[in-house]
Design a protein around this ligand. Structure first.
Ligand code: BGC
Length: 253
């Protein structure tokens, strides 16, 4: 029998969410716990919250953790929407120490990459060959690229330059919220962003994720893009599920 339960923690700009994951169903196994991201979101403060969540569930197995950062070999290398102290932090070691685990039992990866793994394994990307791009629209824009199901990690397409601006500063879901834009006002900004992206890498499928994917029916029909765009299936839990899958199978990026 394979491993059937895992644990994932998804660290975002506004909340840190975690829970037990049913690795066969590709879904949360029970309730998830959410704690607001400490401000400033320093590595130490965030690690405390991660420990609080893991301990609350009495979980003692491997833990998958996502960060809104480029992560290579457990080390965070960027920090667009979190405390700059993350840059060059060995997050794998930090969490291993705080959670009293061996480093190999901790997987740390980019949040969009984790969400992508969940969508490709259980959700909207399941069985899709070719070039699939998952985009998460939240505080920033995250991206995960898959070629024939294989992840190309740390793509950072949220930072493409679009009309002279950092793409996520124009088309993230947080922009809609902050500027109180209607779906009709925000969606053209997303179309413009996807147009630039699709002209560069010509995906076969785009999966729209992040919190706004819960309201996909309000904006996906308004998109004017060439590529087929479908809503993410796991909605806000994709990061937790993907991180748990990676940790259970010891997939380090
Ligand atoms: C970060 C990415 C992250 C995305 C979504 C971007 O600002 O650069 O690493 O995946 O936000 O959180």
């Amino acid at each position: 029998m394979g491993i059937t339960r895992g644990f994932g923690v998804d660290i975002g700009g506004s909340g840190i969410k975690g829970g037990l994951v049913d690795l066969e169903a590709g879904a949360l196994d029970g309730e998830r716990m959410r704690i607001p991201t400490p401000q400033p979101s320093t590595p130490e403060a965030v690690a405390e919250v991660v420990a609080e969540i893991v301990e609350k569930f009495n979980w003692d197995g491997p833990v998958g953790v996502t960060l809104p950062c480029v992560v290579k070999h457990g080390v965070a290398l960027s920090a667009a929407n979190v405390d700059k102290g993350w840059i060059n932090t060995n997050a794998q070691e930090l969490f291993a120490k705080r959670l009293k685990r061996k480093p190999e039992d901790i997987v740390v990866m980019n949040d969009a990459d984790a969400a992508g793994i969940a969508e490709m394994t259980f959700g909207a990307g399941k069985g899709h060959e070719g070039l699939v791009v998952l985009l998460t629209f939240g505080t920033g824009i995250g991206s995960a690229v898959f070629l024939d199901g294989q992840l190309v990690p740390n793509t950072e397409f949220g930072h493409l330059e679009v009309d002279g601006h950092d793409a996520e500063s124009r088309a993230a879901a947080s922009v809609k919220e902050e500027q109180d834009l209607s779906w009709e006002e925000w969606t053209p900004l997303v179309s413009r962003y996807v147009n630039v992206l699709e002209n560069l890498i010509w995906p076969d499928l785009v999966i729209a994720g992040g919190g706004v994917s819960k309201k996909a029916h309000k904006w996906l029909p308004l998109l004017k893009v060439r590529t087929e765009v479908v809503a993410a299936a796991l909605k806000n839990d994709a990061g937790i599920v993907g991180a748990a899958v990676a940790a259970a199978h010891g997939i380090h990026h």
